[in-house]
Design a protein around this ligand. Sequence first.
Ligand SMILES: [Zn+2]
Length: 311
Amino acid sequence: MRAFMLLITGLALAAAASAQEQDFSKVEVKATRVAGNVYLLEGAGGNIAASVGEDGIVLVDDEFAPLAPKIAAALKSLGITDKPVRYVINTHYHFDHTGGNAPFAGEGSTVIAHDNVRTRMASGGTAGNGGSVHMQTQPAEKAALPVITFDHDVSVHLNGEDIRALHFPAGHTDGDAVIYFPRANVVHMGDDYVRYGFPFIDVDAGGSAEGMIRACEAVIEKMPPDVKIIPGHGALSTVAEMREYVAMLKATSAAVSKALKAGQTLEQMKAAKLLAPWSKYSGDFITTDAFLETLYNAMTKSGHTPFVRHN
Ligand SMILES: [Zn+2]
């Protein structure tokens, strides 16, 4: 949920804007081979992974509805298969990752996602950091909803891959999945790992930095050290780069946790410029203050003690 947020900020719209208000006519969708038969597709919104092979195509996320024809054209231009997109797996409910669900479903694709993705898409609601970053999302049309949902994990066996969708709780949202292609040795992290600076954490949808850290660390521990990492947003990445991101999440969480235990208010932490040492991560979407607020809200609203230790 980045392009959308920039749009909101840019136009200073208060609420209820829809993705349709963004102009997608000039967006180009570029396909790059990552490894094996797994491709990265970049247009606008979240990164797409595609397994393209003899059995057809499996997509991970699908950006925005108006881009579906361009995504389909980019896949066809690879010249690998004329078979359709058989499955779309959503990494989470945000509509810069699920916007293409309805058009792809209309062409016969089956959409798969965690239980909470379907629930949140069906209901609509507030996405936000529990404070200054927030917006309303409308209930999705029925055609956009995942048809197959899972609680813990699910596998799709196509193109010689055992594609694994693994749920990690309370990270970017409460319905995140990391998608692993073991044969190609590629993983799509969803928005548990992004490269635009401080991450947006949807605290209003059950997200927390703690959960994002756990998801990233599980991938680092369990997957091969040379696994190619597709972040939710930004360029193809490596374990070393994701470690650096995890270190930032841990250090900033520890700083906020320590200040909380010392009885500081959010305003005092902002005044003390608590996260200044990590200001290189500040972006126009999530500023240093917005990220401080995010961590504070996730820790105070979840009602439990943050797990990050400090001295
Ligand atoms: Zn997102």
